[in-house]
Design a protein around this ligand. Sequence first.
Ligand code: AMP
Ligand code: GLY
Length: 431
Amino acid sequence: MKLLVIGSGGREHALVWKLAQSPHPTRMWCAPGNAGIAAERLASNVALVECVPVSAEDLPALLDFAKRERPDLTVVGPDNSLAAGVVDLFQAHGFKIWGPNQKAAQFEASKAFSQDFMERHGIPTAKSGTFAEPVAAKKFAASLDGRCAVKADGLALGKGVLLTTNVREAEQAVDEIMVSKAFGAAGQRVVIQELIEGMEISLHALCDGKVAKLFPTAQDHKRALDGDAGLNTGGMGTYSPAPFLTDTQLTEVGDAILKPWLRGCAADNIDFRGLIYPGVMLTKSGPKVLEFNARFGDPETQVYLTRLESDLVELLLASCEGRLAGIELKWSTAASVCVVMASGGYPGNYAKEKVITGIGEADALPGTKVFHAGTALKDGHVVTSGGRVLGLTAWRPTLAAARDAAYAAVDKIRFEGAQFRRDIAAKALRA
Ligand code: AMP
Ligand code: GLY
């Protein structure tokens, strides 16, 4: 079968890598892809994956491509394409496509939508309010003594959340989002949550509109610097499994969130076929959902897919076709660790087109994979082209060994200004 993958990040490289291992695809494209994706080969016939210069957000061009090449399945990586309705568009033209439709993608595209949904359907979350004008927002923030998470309603590249610990900071955050429009139209409304404390974990569940199959645990490291200091980023590293929940506790937490979520989807006529990713805080009074994403996490995907033993093409087809009930997801007992190497200055401004060396050597290490994120080919060299550049991922029988192996791969890589955290998985190893 012919497969089209939409996106260009580390998540998409991991998706392509895993999909390419399936015996089913005989041709695969990625729009637009990156330098690492362009070097992947299909297990069925060793054909290279073909990167096509079509942006993940250019829906008309994606549809034109699909009409020309007629993929049997399209797999969507990024939130923007989903929020823009790529799934509805492809379906309207008779193409099979994996990912939530535009209505279902609102779980990520609108924090106000998600918060209202959680409150109506009894999903444990933080105390919160949604506001369309700053005076009322500030009044609510003051009622929380300014200890808040102030969130732009819409998509903001993972940057639209400001954490505040006093009333003055909270008022500034409201002004930044609603008055200065720091995140553009995403800040038309704000959601303000009480600040809650605990251990944060990522949950992923694959859904087919009726059932949700929970993945093992993973933990991301969102801050730029060691010790969770510095600015929020898209994610600087992940590991799986996270030791803060036993298998039984994971099932309980999953049920507490996903059972009311599925009931709510049915009640509200939301046909969610795709990946639901709740960001969860484990608090003293139980798990609380901070937000929903409606796609695979990045860099969670890199650690999940290096542990997944099931055929990903078959799983995504089952998710599209409402057939997940009878299907079991098989995971290796190995631990996996992904360390992100980013451009100097990320998540702020950074230079591009720095030559990267050592990728081949790192990739040659056993149980190790270099997932590309912001990379491109220039004059025969792999160069940097984005904030997050590479995800050095290694899997081993123990978390400590996986961590050491991921950093051994980091040691092989050189590019000017490279920046990475040295404490990925350290919290778990201390626990
Ligand atoms: P979000 O994009 O909504 O997950 O928020 C980004 C990050 O801000 C999360 O990963 C948390 O670390 C933090 N955060 C969000 N909401 C809260 C909250 N209510 N209390 C404490 N931290 C939060
Ligand atoms: N790992 C954070 C995200 O994908 O949103």
